[in-house]
Design a protein around this ligand. Structure first.
Ligand code: ADP
Ligand code: MG
Length: 214
């Protein structure tokens, strides 16, 4: 466990995220079949498989090149709303991380915050709209708060993962105001938002990569 996140840990995170969305593909699709068009699992799995293939040819050595490559691959390989949204997240993260081989806790937090802001710039979601924002914003806030309180980066990303899961669960009661689910109006309530579920996985796998757990 260390307070420095090397590019190798970012590669590990991305690889864990890809494996997890592929493993949970059916569940993500099931969530999307209730309030969307039943493709979120396929979209995430297809996008992250394309990322895996791209990185297998050789992962870039710096955080910006790595994250930008992930983002561009997601934008170009996923047709649904989630492709450009997660793509923008990784692109903005990379731009903020910069041409470094290591991020400290503050650098990681700033990059994740920039990624969240990219999603907002692209999709205009606000708190309570029942989107991936409702898992990601509390996660990024919890990370900042834990670091400000003196937590180690491993503890802080675990807090972020817990906050993302709580945010995901809270989407169940919400009525969707963005994305396909908003077409259902009141009928979207009573179901978890699929994008918030994949975002909870994003932070869960970040915590696992940072702590180096299997
Ligand atoms: P599509 O909706 O095009 O089928 P996906 O099913 O892959 O794409 O992704 C749906 C998820 O994308 C939703 O569950 C929601 O979390 C997220 N989403 C949709 N629109 C927005 C938006 N404007 N801002 C943030 N997230 C959004
Ligand atoms: Mg869908």
């Amino acid at each position: 466990m260390t307070d420095i996140i090397g590019t190798d840990a970012l590669v590990d995170w991305i690889s864990r995220f890809g494996a997890a969305v592929t493993e949970k593909r059916e569940w993500l699709t099931e969530l999307d079949s209730a309030i969307g068009d039943a493709d979120h699992g396929a979209n995430m799995s297809r996008g992250m498989s394309a990322v895996k293939e791209k990185l297998a040819a050789g992962a870039p050595a710096t955080a910006d090149e790595l994250l930008k490559s992930v983002g561009m691959t997601l934008v170009s390989s996923v047709g649904g709303a989630s492709g450009p949204l997660y793509g923008t997240f990784f692109l903005r993260m990379g731009m903020t991380a910069g041409a470094v081989t290591e991020l400290d806790a503050a650098g990681l937090a700033a990059a994740l915050r920039a990624g969240l802001e990219g999603i907002v710039a692209r999709g205009k979601a606000e708190a309570g709209d029942k989107t991936m924002f409702d898992a990601m914003a509390p996660a990024v806030d919890a990370l900042d708060e834990a670091l400000a309180g003196g937590a180690s980066v491993a503890d802080a990303v675990q807090k972020a993962a817990d906050a993302a899961a709580t945010g995901r669960d809270a989407t169940e009661a919400l009525v969707a105001r963005k994305g396909r689910a908003s077409y259902l109006g009141e009928r979207s309530a009573g179901h978890l938002d699929p994008g918030s579920a994949s975002t909870a996985i994003l932070f869960e796998t970040l915590a696992a990569a940072v702590s180096g757990s299997s």
